[in-house]
Design a protein around this ligand. Sequence first.
Ligand code: NCD
Length: 314
Amino acid sequence: MNLKGRHLIDPNDFTLEELDEVFKLADKMIKDRNAYSKICQGRILGTCFYEPSTRTRLSFESAMLRMGGSILGFSDAATSSVSKGESIADTIRVLGSYADVLVMRHPKEGAPKLASEFSTAPVINGGDGGHQHPTQTLTDLLTINQLKGKIEGHTVAFCGDLKFGRTVHSLISTLSRYAKSKFILISPIELKLPESLKVNLKRKYDIEIVETEDLEKHMAEIDILYMTRIQKERFFNEADYTRLKDSYILNRNKLKDAKPDMMIMHPLPRVNEIGYDVDGDPRAVYFKQAEYGIYARMALMALLLGVDVDVEGR
Ligand code: NCD
């Protein structure tokens, strides 16, 4: 098993064993972060963000800095030569020689895949349109593993924008590969999980899917409630967004039937979908989840760069 030099475009690019390797290393980093503070000395992360980001870009930067490496890149396509009309291929060809590993976020689905075909350095997809967000999935699975002790066998409810939410697409596809996953999909009719994705997952894996528009209906059976933001930027008109934006607002009252150890997750940013009164509930783990994002990305980059870390022992 060797992740050195590999790209991460879709979470399916890694086998479950390879994902496990990332989580094992991340676990060690969580337990003793200082032991890893120099492993990327002399290495450079290049960030190519063609779309807004707070957590993804900054957690990648923080992860590289915490391992002793350096960063360069752009957070706004308008400040790079993209605004002069440069193609992704040309930008990446050059950046791939300026940095040792690249992370790219782009509004167009497939852009990071295209970039990976032109880059000599590993390319990590930091989110492509409404398609995939594999490092959010690493973050989410690491959070589940750390806080629930295992990844398989949970009843996971996804709530909100399941049509455009790339974090949902990546996470449900990956969780389906683990044994005994059951999913409850909560969304307005217009924002249901794409039919093709659902059919494909059901055909390939032994999973159970229940669909509903009602947030509270199945509350008592949920182990993990994954709330998501309605993806304003993917709507074709403002009126549809305005009509759907407050479809679900989780508050303390709606949690009355929830299990005492149910976990409430959210990739963030939150807009209105979780009331501030939920933040103090011990089941709300979304800020912890954001913190685990650093460790998931540290472990991922260390393995893609092939730095000398002992995943098994130490
Ligand atoms: C998500 C994204 O960009 O898809 N944010 C993130 O990376 N944590 C979720 C979102 O924007 O709703």
